[in-house]
Design a protein around this ligand. Structure first.
Ligand code: AHR
Length: 486
């Protein structure tokens, strides 16, 4: 039995930032073109070019922000290629520049979300970024604001809250050293105002990068970006997204659980230079990365119950570290890596993935007050390929209280074979009713398809029983549960 203490009486004023539930839409594969964007003339119902069924699904989960246009793509993107009359925009190979600043800002307005733009540090200039910002939000009589007006948009767009300076600057973003990047960031940051400035941070456990960038430029930034993908094999064989065995399930759970250590260690280093935690850790690329099927577009992969457990576990980790993790962006929204939505090229079919459903279940935590918990879990063990045994906690959880006073408790059981019971002591909360939602299936690789789009959908959970100030939760094997306690 797992022992959980929900310390409602110890909740302070720490908030779970809704921007932890952010997204990423890169000009890559079929994310934008033949994915979210079909164009105004398409037979597929759309709102000014954006697929209506996707827009409706995204409104449902209350998307707080979208990172755009990349990724590595941002490091070769020049914003002037994507403004003005579409027929005059330059085309490069598979990038027609049909979707540019105006189209993306329009999507942000449709979804009532914030833009998290990523500027080009590898091949662009500081002036290019300054001009882009003025094009977007300039209200005065300036050349860039006037250029925007000449393109038909009089009012500035009030949508750009975050700006990411450098994407993987140690790799695709310019092969920079940490020292060079940090000095460069200081220069750019001193030229830009009015947005939260996020500096390129480490890829997974690059602690040296975090140390150097925080030491040199920590005082100039609002966020430090970290990228961490759940990858279970060597790059040449990352495993199949659907056809996997118990070992690959276990390895996936161990790899996603490693996020906890990464967040804790980077937080520790950041705290040397920022003990008050003013600078947020922004995990602006996370998620699973499996092999792409031969017949699929770039970075396309199916999404199973395994991905749902990765999502719930990741959010539990982020929420339990919400004093440092201020924002995060899953990679990516549509048809790329751990996508929330899959579409079929050229026709109107789409499916919501298990990952989408966990975003929907967890939206109750947006901007809610963090409630600390103490958890002692039984282990989930699995055999490794070399005959050894690996172990990690079977259960992970997080909790919050929303503006109406309802307590929300989210629980994952990553053990694919065994049900686990959680005994939860409610400390400092008088609870009279419990209701819940569950996402689970008998098969580890259960997933939604165009022919069976609702196989994995959340259903009512009746496995929680209340006895005074003790809540007993019967967690089926491989399940994600959210409970509302009132
Ligand atoms: O998300 C796909 C790619 O992965 C991004 O472009 C890049 O930043 C990362 O390496």
């Amino acid at each position: 039995m797992a022992e959980l203490v929900l310390k409602a009486d110890a909740a302070g004023d720490l908030t779970i930032n809704r921007h932890i539930y952010g997204h990423f839409a890169e000009h890559l594969g079929r994310c934008i073109y033949d994915g979210m964007w079909v164009g105004e003339d398409s037979d597929i119902p759309n709102i000014r070019g954006w697929r209506k069924d996707i827009v409706d699904a995204l409104i449902e989960i209350r998307v707080p922000n979208i990172r755009w246009p990349g990724g590595c793509f941002a490091e070769e993107y020049h914003w002037r290629d994507g403004v003005g009359p579409r027929e005059e925009r330059p085309k490069y190979f598979d990038e027609p520049n049909t979707v540019g600043t105006a189209e993306f800002m329009d999507l942000c307005e449709i979804l009532d979300t914030q833009a998290y733009l990523c500027g080009n540090l590898a091949g662009g200039t500081t002036q290019e970024i300054v001009d882009w910002l003025d094009y977007i939000r300039g209200a005065g009589d300036t050349p860039m604001a006037n250029l925007r007006r000449s393109h038909g948009r009089n009012e500035p767009w009030d949508r750009v809250k975050f700006w990411c300076f450098g994407n993987e600057s140690m790799e695709c973003g310019g092969m920079m050293t940490a020292e060079y990047f940090a000095e460069h960031f200081r220069h750019i940051a001193s030229n830009v105002g009015g947005v939260a400035k996020v500096a390129c941070g480490p890829n997974h456990e690059n602690y040296v990068w975090t140390e150097k960038v925080m030491r040199i430029a920590g005082d100039m930034m609002d966020g430090l970006a970290m990228h961490y993908y759940t990858i279970i094999g060597p790059w040449a064989n990352k495993g199949d997204a659907v056809d996997f065995d118990a070992y690959e399930w276990g390895r996936t759970m161990a790899k996603v659980w490693y996020t906890e250590e990464l967040v804790r260690e980077h937080d520790y280093i950041m705290s040397r230079y920022d003990p008050d935690k003013r600078v947020g850790l922004v995990v602006d690329e996370w998620g699973t990365w499996f092999n792409r099927p031969d017949d699929a577009s770039l970075c396309w992969q199916q999404n199973t119950l395994r991905d749902a457990l990765v999502t719930g576990t990741t959010f539990n980790i982020f929420q339990n570290h919400c004093d440092r993790v201020s924002m995060a962006n899953i990679a990516q929204l549509v048809n790329i890596l751990q996508a929330l939505i899959l579409t079929e090229p050229g026709d109107g079919r789409m499916v919501l993935t298990p990952t989408y459903h966990v975003f929907n279940m967890y939206k109750v935590h947006h901007d809610a007050t963090f409630i600390p918990t103490r958890l002692t879990s039984e282990d989930y063990t699995f055999e490794t390929h070399d005959g050894g045994t690996a172990r990690l906690p079977a259960i992970n959880t997080s909790a919050s209280r929303d503006a109406d006073g309802t307590i929300h408790l989210s629980i994952c059981n990553v053990d694919p074979d065994r049900a686990h019971t959680v005994s939860c002591a409610l400390q400092g909360a008088t609870v009279k009713t419990v209701c819940g939602t569950i996402l689970t299936d008998d098969a580890m690789n259960a997933h939604n398809t165009y022919d069976d789009p609702t196989r994995l959908t959340p259903s009512e959970f009746s496995g929680a029983t209340l006895d005074g100030d003790t809540l007993t939760i019967a967690m089926p094997a491989k399940s994600v549960v959210t409970l509302a306690l009132t």
